[in-house]
Design a protein around this ligand. Structure first.
Ligand code: IMP
Length: 203
């Protein structure tokens, strides 16, 4: 099924273009109500493309298009991260890399705090770009954000990544102190998913 721009057929099988099993599980759960069969890029043995884009959108698109053309099936990819205003949007697309080879986000959070120093402006945003690509390369991207503030020291042990240092606007707890369901109701990923679902999966 190859859509033309302006057409949005509901995919009945979808590749999740991620080798991160946590992300695949989260996307599977979000898609469960819509009767779409999902398979992961890892299960199909697809290679992981290098993330050479300079924006969340570019990286999500290149991952989705690579998987869709290789698997000859529609594919969904996401790229996400933390953008801190006083750091000109850093760590941004390098959010995962700031954790280093060991993916140590205590170190990554310490770096954010060190680089912020005494900055008064502690505003930040989590961003998620979600791309749906088709085997002919047609691709649509939905972006979600959640605004908040960087706090120090980090608090909570429930989430992942930078969650312990992020308090969403209107909340008192960090994302890592919140119930996962409460986080998922307001997160950048949920925001992007709502837009994807409205475009492709709503009845
Ligand atoms: P990606 O897998 O290349 O998209 O990397 C995303 C990185 O951004 C993760 O490794 C986390 O460090 C960070 N990140 C993205 N979403 C969240 C979130 O919901 N909470 C905390 N950190 C996140």
């Amino acid at each position: 099924m190859t859509p033309k721009p302006g057409r949005r057929p509901k995919p009945d099988r979808l590749v999740i273009a991620s080798h991160n099993s946590g992300k695949v599980r989260e996307i599977e759960t979000l898609l469960a109500p819509f009767g779409v069969a999902v398979v992961s890029a890892a299960a199909l043995g697809l290679p992981e493309p290098e993330e050479t884009g300079t924006t969340f959108r570019a990286n999500a698109e290149l991952k989705a298009v690579a998987a869709a053309t290789a698997a000859k099936l529609p594919a969904l990819a996401d790229d996400s991260g933390l953008a801190v205003r006083a750091l000109k949007g850093a760590p941004g697309i390098y959010s995962a890399r700031w954790g280093g080879a060991a993916k140590d986000f205590n170190l990554a959070m310490e770096r954010v705090q060190r680089e912020l120093g005494a900055a008064k402006d502690r505003r930040a945003q989590f961003v998620c770009a979600l791309s749906l690509a088709w085997p002919d390369g047609f691709c649509e991207t939905f972006e979600g954000t959640v605004d908040g503030t960087i706090v120090w020291p980090p608090r909570g042990d429930k989430g992942f990544g930078y969650d312990p240092m992020f308090v969403a606007e209107g909340a008192r707890e960090t994302f890592a102190e919140m119930d996962p369901d409460a986080k998922h109701a307001i997160s950048h990923r949920a925001d992007a998913f709502r837009k994807l679902v409205a475009a492709y999966f709503a009845a």
